[in-house]
Design a protein around this ligand. Structure first.
Ligand code: DP6
Length: 352
């Protein structure tokens, strides 16, 4: 874990400063579902990085006399006390890695590019943006990291905030979780250099089937995997799907890609339906869209497919080659739903 945990010299705790980062959301192709403390996944996952769905977070720091870390948090310009318990837990978990935090007061400002009511999880992009700012803070105090180490450490800290956030630090496609062929439990890795050109122009159009806050949080969902009757089978399946998915992404095999991605989405929701307590996040509209996607693929041979995160909304993945035909289909078959069109993105950006 070297760059994530190593401290070679004492940092200068007299400096004040600020930084600002934009970090994207991501959509998992092979799902992370089930974890050990602290966000160590039970299986590896791989995701596409998005472009238009992102969080922008700025951090300002000023040294203070003594005591422990203090902060103010603003979301979209408003003070948000309701986010404090998640942030408090996060800071508590990372304080051993960044002990200098205790000598500072922070002002955090955050906003998302997508509406709060879109039902899109913001924890991945928000935690990734915050982690990038925290490593910028460490760097300004004298922590010596090259660019690769900077991103690796940001991914490591982001993971402690929210597992899927570890993957939001990379362009196009990212992998997270131990696997004999590729991957690490502690931080995510880029798979972009291996990505076949067939996938470089993929888009993700998110069909908002329901924009309400979901009935069961991902935190509860992960916990339900602890005593799940099919947990071991699921983790074995995910390990196998992970290596198949990486092979498909590398070779450009869109047929295998579609098979794996759709199976992963349905397995994730099958876990929810068969856990104790059982619950279901798909809505009738979710099934309607899934059926339309499959029909359209059969009719046109366009390599279009769906995936789901832990909610009712459908992510539709397709190449931009036949955009006219696909947009016509959206206007015809998906017209009753709000859609957020997105595409593969280039990862986080520092805001100057
Ligand atoms: C279904 O990363 O939100 O989106 O680590 O508890 O914050 P925590 O969970 P979270 O879980 C994401 C679950 C998922 C699948 C995925 O993104 O891999």
């Amino acid at each position: 874990m070297n760059s994530c945990t190593k401290r070679l010299k004492k940092l200068d705790i007299t400096k004040s400063g600020s930084s600002s980062w934009r970090a994207p959301s991501n959509i998992a192709l092979v799902k992370y579902w089930g974890k050990k403390e602290v966000q160590i996944p039970c299986n590896p996952s791989v995701s596409f990085t998005l472009k238009n769905c992102f969080s922008e977070t700025s951090l300002a720091w000023s040294p203070k006399e003594e005591g422990s870390l203090t902060y103010e948090f603003m979301f979209e310009g408003q003070s948000k006390k309701s986010f404090h318990s998640k942030l408090d837990q996060f800071f508590e978990k990372i304080i051993d890695y960044i002990p200098e935090l205790n000598h500072y007061h922070f002002i955090i400002n955050s906003k998302n590019s997508f509406p709060h009511s879109a039902g899109i999880a913001s924890s991945a992009s928000a935690m990734a943006a915050l982690a990038l700012n925290l490593v910028s803070f460490e760097r300004s105090l004298g922590l010596d990291l090259n660019e690769e180490e900077f991103i690796q450490r940001s991914s490591f800290l982001a993971r402690i905030g929210s597992g899927s956030a570890s993957r939001s630090l990379f362009a196009e496609v990212a992998c997270w979780g131990d696997h004999p062929i590729f991957g690490n439990d502690h931080y995510a890795l880029s798979f972009s250099n291996e990505l076949h050109s067939n996938f470089k122009n993929y888009r993700d159009s998110i069909v908002i089937v329901d924009d309400q806050e979901k009935a069961v949080s991902s935190r509860v969902g992960h916990a339900l995997m602890n005593n799940h009757p099919f947990a071991n089978e699921r983790f074995t399946q995910a390990h196998a799907n992970y290596s198949l998915c990486l092979s498909a992404l590398k070779s450009g095999d869109t047929n295998s890609f579609i098979k794996i991605v759709e199976a992963e989405a349905l397995s994730l929701h099958a876990m929810m339906m068969t856990s104790s307590e059982s619950y279901m996040l798909m809505r009738p509209g979710t099934l309607q869209i899934i059926e339309e996607v499959r029909k359209f693929r059969e009719q046109t041979s366009i390599p279009i497919c769906f995936t789901l995160d832990a909610g009712p909304n459908v992510h539709i993945l397709y190449p931009s080659d036949n955009l006219d035909v696909v947009m016509k289909w959206f206007n015809d078959k998906v017209k009753d739903f709000k859609v957020i069109h997105d595409e593969l993105g280039n990862g986080p950006e520092m805001i100057l």
